[in-house]
Design a protein around this ligand. Sequence first.
Ligand code: 2AM
Ligand code: CA
Length: 262
Amino acid sequence: MKNVVIKELLTSAVELARTAGEYALAAQRGTLKIESKTNEFDLVTHIDKYNEDLIRDAIAKKYPSHIFLGEESGASKNVGEIKWIVDPIDGTLNYAHQLPIWCVSIGIEVAGVIECGVVFDPSRDECFTTIRGGGSFLNEKEIRVSLQNDPKRSMYVTGFPYNIAEDPHNDIDRFGRFLRKGLIVRRLGSAALDLAYVAAGRFDGFYEGGLSAWDTAAGALMVREAGGMTTHFNGTPYSVYEQSIIASNGLQHQMLSEIILD
Ligand code: 2AM
Ligand code: CA
């Protein structure tokens, strides 16, 4: 597909992410209706749903043949080669607690390949974008992963699933291995922002065990286009349809993989 078409799709995605993000930011101070999803910790607000409908309807109107895949409403029945992969609010728990660490994430896949994406953080007015073969940007300025190769001077980030109490992916042991080595690991609660921050060189690496396509569709490409590396825990190249991810500045990828798989 021509670069101009991809650029046009990215422009539409940025507009939608900004509209949805600004709406959610304004709504955050109001009364949020909160419901639980898979368990009592996995919550969704009426704004997640409102925002997803807003984005989904706008795409259906402008691009009726495109496929939509969203966290709250699942996949549309369209058949075609262009798919919008949307998390209307990534970091929902932070959002519900008035913590300004959440974003809108939109990735666009063409014939099975993620071609571009946006991660918009309305609390800081930070708009991260990426386009395959064209780099990654923060508010239109190019970003690169860090050059840090010393783990003692590094900062990593991870996340835990909502069923962490059952620890199905051994996240607690894995996190413990990092802490016992004295390594610094943050846990922010928004996988899409974690990835954008690796792309921007704020973190040197990110890993998480149980993610979905909408959490990573934009952010994983963003890391690669900023010069970093993305794989699954087992070292195979990253696909948004598999759960685990290691995203790093590249220099530390092997070292992180060894701790994660230990
Ligand atoms: P959310 O805020 O959109 O729900 C927290 O570690 C990160 O992982 C957040 O991006 C959160 O997305 C996501 N997340 C948490 N539990 C998840 C699960 N069971 N499946 C997919 N993503 C999950
Ligand atoms: Ca979400």
